[in-house]
Design a protein around this ligand. Structure first.
Ligand code: GDP
Ligand code: PGA
Ligand code: MN
Ligand code: MN
Length: 624
């Protein structure tokens, strides 16, 4: 299929170049590629240029092989069904390797295992990677992907180069990051983040390949080397494990760079919210994976006269400027969104975004070439013939799941009808408030505001949520997920909290910090709050607080809305008291448990300011 020219490039040994001009690449990139050609022994080298023609070629190849199927009803959209053993991030095999253990792992209390890091010594990481990578691309093409996280050339942007033997990964990387030849020029002689990815199935491959998705689940390893600005990922093609610009670079590696350079890399959406008076506020919000970032980032406001524009839906890079104003950019170029639950009612803007040029993974397909997943029951005829993500016949109402709960759409952000005109502004947008939240069925009110920065950092550190299908955990348990960053921390979590605390210094004007919970349930287990577009009502209250309006009273956990200060007009019955109830027992228990968690997990690395905030909160609650 590829035209292979037998050019013997000195640095490359005898690896033929299928596409691109190796000698045109920056010298450091040449060295990087040559080293890995030698080690991984691919059958050819394909240097990507990011053009549409290139994407078409790759799609053609994937269709031919059967990895992709077209969704005929849509324009240039495809469905990919993975090996069912490769459907989510694998946190237990996601490692950070630094020379000093303490740079990665906090000083846990004796006998306690950290959940905030998976550290491995460089020796051990080297041993494990050298058992996997040598020869791992035998018989496969090596794709070289130049990409920029952030608008190419923006002062906040960073360049990466990913090597991969998966053209599915190439296809998705093109959507999620800015893949272009212009990246080489922007890079010049500078350093870049080195990303190496392999599905781990060198040829001849004797194990069974399921769904035309060669992978190696037993050997999965996602190893980060922050000191070398390097990521090595093996065995999995699933998004967070394989699209290395996203979680690996833009969160784990970037959080380390951000620590060193005095900025923040966070698991946050960014949105611009304009009220009926025309005032615009920018909000950044951190929720754990599959807890509502993508939905909130592009809500269709349930209140008349309000406008929401989306800047980003998953990751925010933020930096205080010389005047002390916090600015944020979305380093990504696409959405990698949870499909189930998305429909024309809950998230019409997402629906509009993925009608063209989209790769869907592990969703179900309708007979007429459309998409299907849980949540679309009411938007399709009941007798629609459907094929599940596993390839089984399915009808609406059947007791199995048609789509995998972590099935995803991967589409260009530019296709979002409410993408913010400033979403690619090199300077970013001014952030007015930070919001934390999680899935908290019990005890936690719809919204509250922290008393000040230090208290807000503690509120973030306290973040907990029900586990979801985004990672390998089974069942629903409430789990700690500080700042929604537990799976994405690139360094010692105690140092990370200290970094946040340190940002509160002149001339920085730190934003207010809020906590929200859309997921509180009643005795029957039904959500107390309608959520989705109606969440704008809570954002309205948050904006009032940003402007300093007197709509709050002091509670033991923070400022809470005075009754009636959240606009509930036209909503039908809402149980305000149940939504805002603060059960004393629950909070006593919760405070105790959180403090113990932080003391256990952080030991001497727990900043004294945070411990102080925990103690003050416990005391306020004991006086309730
Ligand atoms: P992300 O992974 O954090 O970006 O989360 P998503 O926005 O993709 O949402 C994950 C799941 O939560 C989807 O199934 C959504 O339908 C659901 N969800 C999102 N927002 C809300 C909400 O306000 N209320 C309820 N009940 N569910 C929501
Ligand atoms: P999200 O991102 O679930 O936060 O949207 C993908 C992931 O965490 O794997
Ligand atoms: Mn995420
Ligand atoms: Mn998302």
């Amino acid at each position: 299929f590829y035209e292979v020219h037998e050019i013997v490039v000195p640095h490359l040994g005898h690896v033929p170049i299928a596409k691109g001009d190796f000698h045109r690449l920056p010298k450091k990139v040449q060295k990087f590629i040559a080293y890995y050609c030698d080690l991984l022994t691919p059958r050819g080298l394909y240097i990507c240029d990011g053009t549409v023609k290139e994407a078409d070629e790759v799609v053609h190849k994937l269709l031919e092989r059967g990895t992709l199927e077209p969704l005929e009803k849509l324009d240039n959209c495809f469905i990919c069904r993975t090996d069912p053993a490769d459907v989510a991030r694998v946190e237990s095999k996601t490692w950070i390797s630094t020379k000093q253990k303490h740079d990665t792992e906090p000083d846990c209390k004796e006998g306690v295992n950290t959940i905030m890091a998976h550290w491995r010594s460089p020796e051990e990481a080297k041993k494990e990677t050298s058992e996997r990578f040598p020869g791992c691309m035998a018989g496969r093409m090596m794709y070289v992907i130049p990409f920029s996280m952030g608008p190419i050339g923006s002062p906040l942007a960073k360049v990466g180069v990913q090597l991969t033997d998966s053209n599915y990964v190439l296809l998705c990387m093109r959507v999620m990051a800015r893949v272009s030849e212009k990246v080489w020029d922007a890079l010049g002689d500078n350093d870049f983040v080195k990303c190496v990815h392999s599905m781990g199935c060198p040829r001849p491959w004797r194990k069974k390949v399921v769904n035309h998705w060669p992978c190696n689940p037993e050997k999965i390893l996602i190893a980060h080397f922050p000191e070398e600005r390097k990521v090595k990922s093996y065995g999995s093609g699933y998004g967070g494990n394989s699209l290395l610009g996203k979680k690996c670079f833009a969160l784990r590696i970037a959080s380390v760079i951000a620590r060193d350079e005095g900025w923040m890399a966070e698991h946050m959406l960014i949105m611009g919210l304009t009220d009926p008076q025309g005032r615009e506020h920018y909000l950044a919000a951190a929720f754990p994976s599959a807890c509502g970032k993508t939905n909130l980032a592009m809500i269709k406001p349930g209140l008349p006269g309000w406008k929401v524009l989306c800047v980003g839906d998953d990751i925010a890079w933020m930096k205080f400027d010389e005047t002390g104003q916090l600015f944020g950019i979305n380093p990504e170029a696409g959405f990698f969104g949870v499909a189930p639950g998305t429909n024309w009612k809950t998230n019409p803007n997402a629906m509009h975004s993925f009608q063209a040029n989209t790769v869907f993974t592990n969703i179900a397909k309708t007979e007429d070439g459309g998409y299907y997943w849980e949540g679309l029951e009411d938007e399709l005829p009941k007798d629609t013939k459907i094929t599940t993500w596993r390839g089984e016949p399915f009808k609406i109402g059947d007791p199995i799941k048609a789509a995998h709960p972590n099935s995803r759409f991967c589409c260009p952000a530019a296709q979002c009808p409410i993408i913010h005109p400033k979403w690619e502004d090199p300077k970013g947008v001014p952030i007015d408030a930070l919001i934390f939240g999680g899935r908290r069925p019990e005890g936690v009110p719809l919204v509250y505001e922290s008393f000040d920065w230090n208290h807000g950092v503690m509120v973030g550190a306290q973040l907990k949520s029900e586990t979801t299908a985004a990672a390998e955990f089974k069942g629903k348990n409430i789990m700690h997920d500080p700042m929604a960053m537990r799976p994405f921390m690139g360094y010692n979590f105690g140092h990370y909290l200290q970094h946040w605390l340190n940002l509160n210094k002149a001339p920085n004007k730190v934003p207010k910090i809020f906590h929200v919970n859309w997921f509180r349930v009643d005795k029957e287990g039904k959500f107390l709050w309608p959520g989705f577009g109606e969440n704008v009502r809570v954002l309205d209250w948050i904006c009032k607080r940003v402007r300093g309006e007197d709509v709050a009273f002091k509670s033991p956990i923070g400022y809470m809305p005075k009754k009636g200060t959240i606009n509930l007009e036209g909503l039908g019955p809402i149980d305000w008291d149940a939504l805002f109830d603060l059960p004393r027992e629950y909070w006593q228990q919760d405070c105790k448990e959180t403090q113990k968690f932080l003391e256990d997990q952080l030991g001497k690395d727990l900043p004294k300011e945070i411990l102080e905030e925990c103690k003050k909160q416990t005391e306020r609650i004991s006086k309730m």
